[in-house]
Design a protein around this ligand. Structure first.
Ligand code: CP
Ligand code: NVA
Length: 307
């Protein structure tokens, strides 16, 4: 049966570990995996802006011997003119997989239900699972293994990044802590799913409002923009609400001495993170960006081998 990757918990712990191992091998031998030789085409659709996701999928599909077809929703029939289900039925006749950056998770589910080719979430309002594969790959490279490591996200707990951190890191057996203001907690059902996963993997979940307390002893400190795409009108209020959650040098000092600083980018220096932290020696942001390429190549290869 066709497998899709719409949320971080669409794969099991063992499958996640397999994909990360494949990504590691693909990183070592970048041009030796030609699963899309033909070339087979992969459609990569964007309802929202992107630099990393667009480039890493386009380059990765080409590395695999395939042809990327980048589609902007504004210049297609998607987005009100044609349903995701009908679009999926058309695309599946011509492409090997569909990658989609969009707003609602429901559209991705409709697309996946309507097609026999794998559908990949390239960021929705709720989750950013491709970024988490890259972030897990980065942490695995730095730590050697993931199980038992403590990761603390400080910022918008209801954001796609925080919610993906909960699911992906719980799957990996990590201890996930989310520090966020009242009213910006992750969705209760996502926390419950992460807690259930953590019970199986030996990880744990904590959500609270005190970043100083939650960051203590962390192996990695993570943040993301306070103004996710689609929230631009709320910027002034959000800056006020999230300022106590900024990742500063003082906050980093409460984590482990060798703790990593992580950010999916793009970043607003001086808002969610001090410039001296994101540009400092503990920051691994460029490795995270590069690892989008390797992680997504492995994900596509893994999905296509099961399609
Ligand atoms: N991190 C990330 O997804 O970046 P882009 O928005 O540039 O794709
Ligand atoms: N939370 C951010 C991630 C950008 C890659 C957003 O959705 O805009």
């Amino acid at each position: 049966m066709t497998r899709h990757f719409l949320r971080d918990d669409d794969i099991t712990a063992a499958e996640q570990a397999d994909i990360l191992s494949l990504a590691g091998r693909m990183k070592e031998q970048r041009f030796e995996h030609r699963l899309l030789e033909g070339p087979q085409t992969v459609a990569v659709i964007f309802d929202k802006s992107s630099t990393r996701t667009r480039v890493s999928f386009a380059v990765g599909i080409a590395d695999l011997g395939g042809a990327p077809l980048i589609i902007s929703t504004a210049s297609s029939q998607l987005g009100g003119k044609e349903t995701p289900a009908d679009t999926a039925r058309v695309l599946e006749r011509m492409v090997a997989a569909i990658v989609w950056r969009t707003y609602g998770q429901d559209g991705l589910e409709e697309m996946a239900d309507g097609t026999s080719v794998p559908v990949v979430n390239a960021l929705s309002d709720d989750f950013h699972p491709c970024q988490l594969l890259a972030d897990l790959l980065t942490m695995r490279e730095k730590f050697g293994s993931l199980e038992g490591r403590i990761v603390c996200f400080s910022g918008d707990g209801r954001s796609n990044m925080a919610q993906s951190y909960l699911l992906a890191c719980a799957t990996a057996g990590m201890h996930v802590r989310i520090a966020c203001p009242a009213g910006f907690s992750p969705r209760a059902d996502v926390v419950a799913d992460a807690e259930r996963l953590a019970l199986q993997t030996g990880g744990s979940i904590r959500v609270g409002s005190d970043p100083q307390e939650l960051v203590a002893g962390a192996d990695a400190v993570v943040t993301d923009t306070w103004v996710s795409m689609g929230k631009e009108d709320e910027k002034v209020q959000r800056v006020k609400t999230f300022t106590p959650y900024q990742v500063t040098e003082a906050l980093m000092a409460k984590a482990k001495p060798a703790a990593l600083f992580m950010h999916c980018l793009p970043a607003d220096r001086g808002f969610e993170v001090e410039a001296s932290v994101i540009d400092g020696p503990q920051s691994v942001i460029w490795d995270q960006s590069e690892n989008r390429l390797h992680a997504q190549k492995a994900l596509l290869a893994w999905l296509l081998q099961r399609a």
